[in-house]
Each structure stands twice: as structure tokens, then as C-alpha cells.
Design a protein around this ligand. Structure first.
Ligand code: ZN
Length: 312
């Protein structure tokens, strides 16, 4: 039998059967029944939560990519480059390809991070660009996020006194220590502007408080500040521990005997400080580090995927 649907009967059908179904239609429910069959309500809620979270994550990821594309399409402001040339001597030694990479990283860094002035500091482009350009040196030539755990950089006008608390198990002692900067896990990086301008202006002194604090950020990305950032694979950690462990012990011995080297004895404090201090030496005094600590230099060069000893 052939049934012929006239406009009228189709409309009636629609009204009679489809509209009531539409009004009761629960997309999530149908989705679940279709894909996973009948389940109890708690497992359905769990799956709805997982699916919603996945959709949210994908949306955020796509939003981030689109935002980055938009930011990267804009030219690097010439006044920013002038600031970097003036305040960051290391920049002037970079090969052109790395300078271009740095520009992109700085644009993303500045679009994502908040700067807060403390103790009367007014945040300017000079402060932001000087800090961002040095922090991003650590990310050149690597597939990595731009300090994903970091949201805020606090800037003080000068070296500041921070409250310290220590305990010997019986007595808790409170005091103050003078800080050039600090890096908090899942928290801000704190920097003193005067230590940035004085310490970065001298190349070859192996001191750079911005590189130091942001090296701590890399170290803290895996959840623990132990002197080992996230490395490529298991065997990389074994080599890293062998070489940096040996160099760390050697620095501790030298520190006890007051023997100075290209590696600041502050690195003998603990493995996290050691990584931050050798990072400073790697970028600020690479030839010297390579000459006196070739294995350590090679290890850092593998990690950072850079060879600053060759930069002119
Ligand atoms: Zn430190």
C-alpha cells in the first residue's frame, strides 16, 4: 500500500507525534541511553560530568589557540625591542632566528601574565618587557607552555625584607631576610626592580635574578622543587641526576673551602638553588661554564636546546 502524505497530514503527524517528543526530549539522556545503555543515575551523572569537562577543556584549548594566533599576527612593537636592547644585553647576542622566537614568546607572556607593583612601583612597559624577555629566554627552541602555573609577577622597587620562619622542633624563630626575588610554587614570582636593572646590565658575571627565579618556575612545574625540571624521558633523569648531583657535591666542597668558580656558591644551598644558579651561568657566562664544567654545560644545553657559548 502506498501512503501519500499531503502537506496537511504531514503537519498533523508532526503536531501529534513529534512536538510532544521534542518537548520531553533530553539530549543528555538520549545520548547516554544511545551510547551506554541504561545505567544507574550516579554513573550517568559521572559520565555527564566527564563529557562536560572534556567539552569545556576542548573549548578552552581552541580559544587559547585562536587568541595566540591573533596575538602572534600582530607585529612586535619597535619600542619594546628598544627596551630589550637597552636593558637585556643577552638579547643583543642572540641569533636573529632566536630573536624572532623571543618576540613571539614575549607577546604571549605579556598577554597571559599579570604584573602587580608593590611598595609604590608603577608597572610600565619597560618593567614588563624587561622581565618577560629574560623569562622567555628559558623557553626558546623548546616545545613548551609559557610558564603555565604562573599568573602573577609582583615587582618591588628594591631588594625587600621578607619574613622568615624556621624551627628546630622546639623553638620557632622568626626573622627577616633580604631578597632579590623569589618564586612560589603555584604562586607568584616576586622580583626587586633594582636587582633586575643592576644584575642584568653586566654580562659575564653569571648573575641574573630573572633567569634565576624563572628557572625555579621550570623546576616547580612537575610539582616539586628538587633541581630537576620536566625532562624528556626516564633515562634523561638518570643522566641529569648523575651529572648535576656530582657537580652539586663538588660545589658544596668548594663552598666549604671558600673556593669560587663560575657557579655561585649560593647554588650549594640545595639542588633547587643549584639548578637556578647554573641556569644563570649557562646564559650569562656560557664559555666559562663550558670550559670548566663541560658535562654540566652539555646537560643544560640538551635541556634548554640552546648553545649560548656560540652566541657572539
Ligand atoms: Zn633561588
Amino acid at each position: 500500500m502506498i501512503t501519500r502524505y499531503t502537506a496537511n497530514s504531514a503537519e498533523q503527524n508532526y503536531n501529534k507525534y513529534i512536538l510532544p517528543k521534542m518537548s520531553n526530549f533530553n539530549f543528555a539522556e538520549s545520548f547516554l541511553v544511545y551510547f551506554i545503555g541504561e545505567r544507574n543515575i550516579s554513573s550517568k551523572i559521572e559520565i555527564i560530568t566527564i563529557v562536560t569537562a572534556a567539552i569545556l577543556l576542548i573549548t578552552m584549548y581552541l580559544y587559547k589557540i585562536t587568541k595566540h594566533k591573533r596575538i602572534l599576527a600582530k607585529p612586535f612593537p619597535p619600542e619594546w625591542e628598544k627596551i630589550i636592547q637597552k636593558n637585556v644585553p643577552l638579547y643583543n647576542r642572540l641569533p636573529d632566528t632566536l630573536k624572532q622566537q623571543l618576540h613571539s614568546l614575549v607577546k604571549i607572556f605579556l598577554s597571559e601574565k599579570e604584573f602587580e607593583g608593590c611598595g609604590g612601583v608603577k608597572i610600565t612597559d619597560e618593567i614588563k618587557v624587561t622581565i618577560a624577555s629574560q623569562a622567555c629566554m628559558l623557553l626558546l627552541n623548546r616545545k613548551t607552555s609559557v610558564f603555565k602555573k604562573l599568573h602573577t609577577i609582583l615587582v618591588y622597587p628594591q631588594t625587600y625584607a621578607a619574613k622568615t620562619v624556621s624551627s628546630d622542633g622546639i623553638v620557632t624563630m622568626e626573622g627577616h631576610s633580604i631578597r632579590l626575588g623569589e618564586s612560589w610554587q603555584n604562586g607568584p614570582v616576586v622580583l626587586a626592580w633594582d636587582s633586575i636593572t643592576s644584575k642584568t646590565s653586566e654580562i659575564g658575571d653569571a648573575q641574573n635574578v630573572v633567569l634565576h627565579e624563572f628557572a625555579h618556575q621550570l623546576d616547580q612545574e612537575d610539582g616539586s622543587a628538587n633541581g630537576a625540571p620536566i625532562l624528556e624521558n626516564k633515562s634523561s633523569y638518570i643522566t641529569w641526576a648523575r651529572i648535576l648531583g656530582r657537580e652539586y657535591e663538588s660545589l658544596q666542597k668548594n663552598a666549604r673551602k671558600n673556593i669560587n668558580s663560575v657557579i655561585d656558591t649560593y647554588g650549594a644551598t640545595n639542588p633547587a638553588e643549584f639548578f637556578a644558579v647554573v641556569t644563570e651561568a649557562f646564559f650569562e657566562n656560557p664559555q666559562n661554564l663550558q670550559k670548566n664544567h663541560p658535562e654540566l654545560y652539555r646537560e643544560l644545553s640538551n635541556y634548554y636546546n640552546l648553545n649560548p657559548a656560540e652566541w657572539q
